[in-house]
Write a protein that binds this ligand. Structure first.
Ligand code: T4K
Length: 423
């Protein structure tokens, strides 16, 4: 274990981990069962277009959630696009800026204006008390995001939506396996959208689903995700290709059999982080309501740099030098990304809680790929960074001393995640 500031890799020590630890390592079910299902699929020669695994997958998810319809999709973003279109949202839709950019893009892609709302600092989800003043004659809906699997204030959103005749949709990309007041996420609003991306608590490699209790809406969504086909040669609606394939479905069926184990591991990991970080001043681990079902997939910290001195971004650099690829989800907030940044000059858009949180939140490696040994080491790095916060901040601010190390971190992180510029 590292014991003082000079042991940190960013200041010349040896990196704690030989291999990079990631935030989004997939949770994987039983390999034998997966391979057996792959063989079945190959023998059957049925690879897509509402095959038997997709049908079984949808039945299993509906049963588990207690929702009438689960319509599987090729990914969460397309599922959001189809849900938005099927609900006939147009004009303006209110949503939080503190979310993955896909939530906003799914609207803008269809030339609907995303109107960014601030969040409740306690839950990181859309703040219902900010919504009403953003409603205009052009507003047609609200999208709540169950960020980190922590449900929005659903009752308050339902009330606002009902009193203004707005559609209510939930981006439940993080919410699979979680509940709100004892009822599973997936059965609220007009519809809820899941992502089953590789990095999610429950994955189908790529995939997603729309869950709804509205049978008419479900029928429309089924048409839309399959080019509008109603039987052979008969197109009765505009549609796209949103279908989940058989491989994704069988991957999902296999992973579904292990979700209780995933939750148990995630919960153990969460408790371990909680234990290790509990007396670290200026570092707060987000909490989950333990009376509810929860997937504990995200280990998210808030860094108060007025106490730690070392900044959130410097902590990210320190961790990355140790091969811990911490992430700044969801920095800087959608409203500060293009095209939205150009649409909304800052003077017109005031989101103080979003700004504050986007600058202090940090996601640490979690999921079944990490265990207590790694977590204790990660927390020890955090401890050193914070205990020596003033000195670390000073050293890291004087770029000359650490420039070669930062360059090295950037190169490493780019290799690990080719999609991103890590800093
Ligand atoms: N709404 C919300 C609130 C969302 O968070 C998301 C997706 C969506 C909607 C849209 O759903 P999808 O259309 O994606 O189904 C990742 C995911 O690609 C994205 O699904 C997710 N949210 C977002 C929060 O994270 P990136 O661009 O940050 O991923 P990337 O490539 O940097 O991967 C993250 C880490 O996971 C890496 O450090 C490596 C590790 N990883 C990744 C993959 C793909 C693995 O170990 N194995 C893998 O197979 O977006």
């Amino acid at each position: 274990m590292k014991e003082n500031i000079d042991d940190l890799a960013i200041f010349g020590g040896t990196p704690t981990f030989q291999e990079t630890l990631h935030v989004g390592r997939p949770n994987l079910g039983d390999r034998e069962r997966l391979l057996k299902r792959i063989n079945d699929m190959l023998d059957r020669k049925w690879l897509s277009n509402n095959g038997p695994y997709v049908q079984e997958f949808e039945r299993r998810i509906s049963d588990m959630i207690g929702v009438k319809n689960c319509i599987s999709m090729c990914n969460g973003t397309v599922a959001l696009e189809i849900a938005i279109r099927s609900l006939e949202l147009k004009g303006e839709v209110i949503l939080p800026s503190f979310t993955f950019v896909a939530t906003a893009h799914a609207l803008q892609w269809q030339e609907i204006t995303p109107v960014f709302c601030d969040i409740d600092p306690k839950t990181h989800t859309i703040d219902p008390s900010c919504i009403e003043k953003m409603i205009t004659p052009r507003t047609t809906g609200i999208i709540g995001v169950h960020l980190w699997g922590r449900p929005c204030d659903i009752e308050a959103l339902e009330e606002i939506a009902a009193s203004h005749r707005l559609k209510l949709l939930f981006d439940a990309a993080h919410g699979f396996g979680c509940s709100y007041k004892g009822r599973m996420i997936g059965s609220f609003g007009s519809a809820e959208v899941f992502s089953f991306h590789a990095t999610k608590f429950f994955n189908t490699c790529e995939g997603g689903a729309i869950a709804t209790n509205d049978d008419d809406l479900a029928g429309k969504i089924r048409l839309m995700k399959n080019f509008g086909f109603s039987g052979y040669d008969n197109v009765i609606y505009i549609g796209t290709n949103g279908k989940m394939n058989e491989f994704s479905a069988l991957m999902g069926l296999t992973n579904l059999e292990s979700i209780d184990e995933f939750i148990a591991v995630n919960f153990g990991n969460y408790r371990c982080y909680e234990q290790e970080l509990r007396d670290l001043a200026g570092v707060t681990l987000i909490n989950y309501d333990q009376r509810e079902k929860c997937n504990y997939q995200y280990v998210v910290l808030e860094i108060d740099e007025s106490i730690t001195h070392v900044t959130r971004d410097q902590i990210v650099d320190i961790l990355r030098a140790e091969n811990v690829l911490a992430r700044r989800y969801f920095y800087p907030g959608c409203h500060r990304m293009e095209p939205y940044r150009s649409y909304f000059p800052h003077a017109r858009l005031v989101l103080p809680e979003t700004e504050r949180l986007a600058n202090r939140v940090l996601s640490l490696p979690a999921g079944t790929a990490v265990g207590p040994d790694e977590i204790r080491k990660i927390c020890q790095i955090m401890r050193l960074a914070v205990v020596y916060g003033l000195e670390a901040e000073e050293r890291l601010s004087s770029h000359v001393a650490i420039a070669p190390v930062i360059k090295h971190i950037n190169a490493g992180a780019r290799l690990a995640s080719p999609n991103h510029s890590p800093l």
